[in-house]
Design a protein around this ligand. Structure first.
Ligand code: ZN
Ligand code: ZN
Length: 416
């Protein structure tokens, strides 16, 4: 399940402990130094900031132009259909027409570096927020929430937002691309009205030792995992700010024949706005346990959502299958010995996806879209659930529920 050929962007950094060069994938959360063997969890307040270093032939004063980098799953609900796509793009964050609208292939050709509070150079303040940028074919998408449009709603889920600074110089009265060493269309004073940002503590990249806060043992996890586990005391941890916080988890019963355990977020959420009225539900939902029954918690539903990024159609299919089939037999709290697939979708983004999952489970009706966009969804409890899968050729299969998934889709999902 490890990534073998990885086309993701690379980040060059130095090991904070020994100074040796380290190359990270854009999706990596852990810096692992092959020289001193230290493993550190990376923290970036807000969103990560990177810059592209200018070419050696550019000796002029460099200004760094901000570009938003957006990746994630975009869903739009129009009348009775859900459309989805993967967003993976950059967009200039300044209202300066002569700048390239995107970074194109530059970050694939040149490694990125962390832009920190002590990075030298003139970094410019973004003039366009990440909510306001134009991304081809899916604009504007408000991250993690909905955009009101007549007859449709759109959501951007599992998003990774980062900022990439691109170096430009002034040469011969024109702006100059200091990376490819070629002129841009704009005059040299095109950036004169742009301001430098306040570079405070939010620009600091932090490193947290990957040691179990409970017993001091080395925490395990793949480089891109948001949750690390301790095999010594059987605990799971996620980084919140500058420290690890214990993660409540359960594991489905297994037989030791399974090859890998996939993580899911088990979410209990209160749905306000579609509560049954006079014994009739406003629209029918296919197979969500607890919904529509005035038992213990008539308006609290339980969802099981993939805790990993995967292509949108597989994400919805898995969430529907797992949610509607329920958990039988009852899971328990013990870490399995087999490999754990990395958690790459934060729980907050899993909660944001519930509206899309509900939309995919709803029986289409004229009022469905309006009800879905208007209802309030409040998570009551979230917990990580490890579910056993066996590998059969190109498929990963859950043997009890007979739910299959393409390993190819899982591979590409790790690059979202
Ligand atoms: Zn080192
Ligand atoms: Zn421990």
């Amino acid at each position: 399940m490890r990534r073998s050929v990885n086309p993701s962007w690379k980040i060059r950094h130095e090991c904070p402990q020994c100074g040796a060069p380290v190359v990270l994938d854009e999706t990596d959360r852990i810096l692992a130094c092959s020289y001193c063997r230290v493993r550190l969890y990376l923290t970036c307040p807000g969103h990560p900031r990177y810059y592209l270093a200018p070419g050696e032939s550019c000796s002029e004063d460099i200004q760094y132009v901000p570009y938003w980098r957006l990746k994630g799953m975009a869903f739009s609900l129009r009348t009775n259909h859900i459309f989805h796509k993967i967003i993976d793009s950059t967009a200039v964050a300044l209202n300066v027409p002569s700048l390239p609208s995107t970074l194109g292939s530059r970050p694939q050709v040149f490694p990125l570096r962390f832009a920190a509070s002590d990075s030298t150079g003139s970094f410019l303040e973004p003039g366009i927020s990440s909510d306001g940028v134009s991304i081809e074919g899916a604009t504007p998408i408000r991250h993690g929430s909905r955009v009101h449009r007549p007859g449709s709603s759109e959501w951007f889920i599992g998003q990774t937002i980062s900022m990439i600074y691109f170096p430009v110089a002034s040469r011969g009265g024109f702006l100059h691309d200091a990376l490819f060493d070629r002129p841009l269309a704009g005059p040299a004073d095109a950036l004169s009205g742009c301001l430098p940002p306040h570079r405070g503590s939010r620009w600091t990249v932090g490193f947290v030792p990957t040691l179990c806060p409970n017993c001091g043992w080395d925490l395990e996890g793949e480089p891109d995992s948001l949750v690390l586990t301790c095999r010594n005391c059987g605990s799971a941890w996620e980084c919140a700010g500058e420290q690890f916080k214990e993660v409540d988890f359960l594991t489905m019963p297994h037989t030791e024949d399974e090859d890998i355990f996939l993580p899911f977020w088990k979410i209990r959420a209160k749905l306000d706005g579609i509560k049954p009225v006079s014994g009739a539900v406003p629209f029918r939902l296919a197979g969500i346990p607890g919904f529509g029954y005035k038992a213990r918690e008539e308006d609290v539903c339980r969802f099981i959502v993939p805790a990993f990024k995967i292509q949108p159609r597989h994400f919805l299919r898995l969430a529907r299958s797992m949610t509607s089939r329920g958990l039988h037999p009852v899971p328990h709290r013990a870490l399995p010995r087999s490999a754990l697939y990395p958690v790459t979708l934060p729980r907050a983004q899993a909660v944001e996806s519930l509206r899309v999952i509900l939309a995919s489970m709803a029986v289409p009706a004229p009022r469905t879209l309006g009800l879905l966009t208007e209802m309030a969804i409040s998570p009551v409890h979230t917990r990580l659930l490890y579910c056993p899968f066996i590998v059969r050729g190109s498929e990963c299969i859950q043997p009890d529920m007979q739910i299959g998934m393409s390993r190819h889709a899982m591979y590409w999902g790790r690059l979202i």
